[in-house]
Design a protein around this ligand. Structure first.
Ligand SMILES: C[S@@+](CC[C@H](N)C(=O)[O-])C[C@H]1O[C@@H](n2cnc3c(N)ncnc32)[C@H](O)[C@@H]1O
Length: 216
C-alpha cells in the first residue's frame, strides 16, 4: 500500500508557515478549480516556483500552459523591476479568463500571453534567452517543447516540467488512461533532463512530480 510522501498535516503546516496567498491568488485558484478541477499547481507548488525563480534571479521567464493564470502570477511575482514573463495558451476561454486576472494584478505590464498551440508559437519565435522555462501543457508534446526551448535557456537557468510522473505512468501504476505517445514523450523528457553532462536535475516527488533541471 502506498501513502503520500508528505502527509496532509505536514503540507498544511508548510502552507500555513510559508505560503501566503492574497485575495487575487485565492480568486484565481477558485476560478480554476470551478472551471476544471486539478489543473493548477497547488499553493505550495506555486510558492516553490516563486522561490526557484528568485533563487536564480530570473528576469525572463517562459511558461507553456497558462490555464487561468495561477502559476503565471506566482512566477510573475518573482520578477524584478523590468522583468518579463511570456505565457502560452491554446484555449481562448482560458486565455480570456487569465488576461482578466492579469489586468487585476500589479504584474500586468510584465506578462505577455500568446494564444495558440504552443509548438506553433515557439516555432515562430526568434531565438532568445530565458532564465526559467516552466512546462505545464500537453503531456504528449513535452519532448518537443524541450527541443524547442532548451537552446534558449541560459547556462545556470532552469527548465521545470510539471506532472512529470504522468499520473503514475512513469513507474507503471497509471491512475488514468495514458496514451502511448504521452508516456513515450514524458519518458524522453525526463531521460534527456537526467543527462548529467547537460543538466543538474531531479524529479521532485510532489503529488504529480515536478522535474527540475539546471542547465550546465
Ligand atoms: C495544467 S493546465 C496549466 C495550469 C497552470 N500552469 C497552473 O498551474 O495554473 C494546462 C494548460 O495548457 C493548455 N494547453 C494544452 N495544450 C496546449 C498547447 N498545445 N499549447 C498551448 N497550451 C496548451 C490547456 O488549455 C491548459 O490551460
Amino acid at each position: 500500500m502506498s501513502r503520500p510522501l508528505i502527509p496532509d498535516p505536514a503540507l498544511r503546516y508548510i502552507a500555513e508557515t510559508f505560503v501566503e496567498e492574497d485575495d487575487l491568488l485565492r480568486r484565481v485558484r477558485a476560478e480554476g478549480e470551478a472551471h476544471r478541477p486539478g489543473m493548477q499547481v497547488s499553493p505550495v507548488e506555486g510558492r516553490l516556483l516563486y522561490v526557484l525563480a528568485r533563487l536564480i534571479g530570473a528576469r525572463r521567464i517562459l511558461e507553456i500552459g497558462t490555464f487561468v493564470g495561477y502559476s503565471t502570477l506566482w512566477l510573475a511575482r518573482a520578477l524584478p523591476e523590468g522583468g518579463e514573463l511570456l505565457t502560452l495558451e491554446a484555449d481562448a476561454t482560458h486565455a480570456d479568463v487569465a488576461e482578466g486576472f492579469f489586468r487585476q494584478s500589479g504584474q500586468a505590464a510584465s506578462i505577455t500571453l500568446r494564444r495558440g498551440p504552443a509548438l506553433d508559437t515557439l516555432a515562430a519565435m526568434p531565438a532568445q534567452s530565458f532564465d526559467l522555462v516552466f512546462i505545464d501543457a500537453m503531456k504528449r508534446e513535452y519532448a518537443e517543447y524541450l527541443t524547442a526551448v532548451e537552446g534558449w535557456v541560459r547556462p545556470g537557468g532552469l527548465i521545470l516540467g510539471d506532472n512529470s510522473l504522468l499520473f503514475g505512468a512513469m513507474y507503471g501504476e497509471p491512475r488514468e488512461r495514458i496514451s502511448p505517445a504521452a508516456e513515450a514523450a514524458m519518458r524522453e523528457f525526463n531521460q534527456r533532463l537526467a543527462d548529467p553532462n547537460r543538466y543538474d536535475a531531479i524529479l521532485l516527488p510532489t503529488a504529480e512530480g515536478l522535474t527540475i533541471a539546471r542547465k550546465r
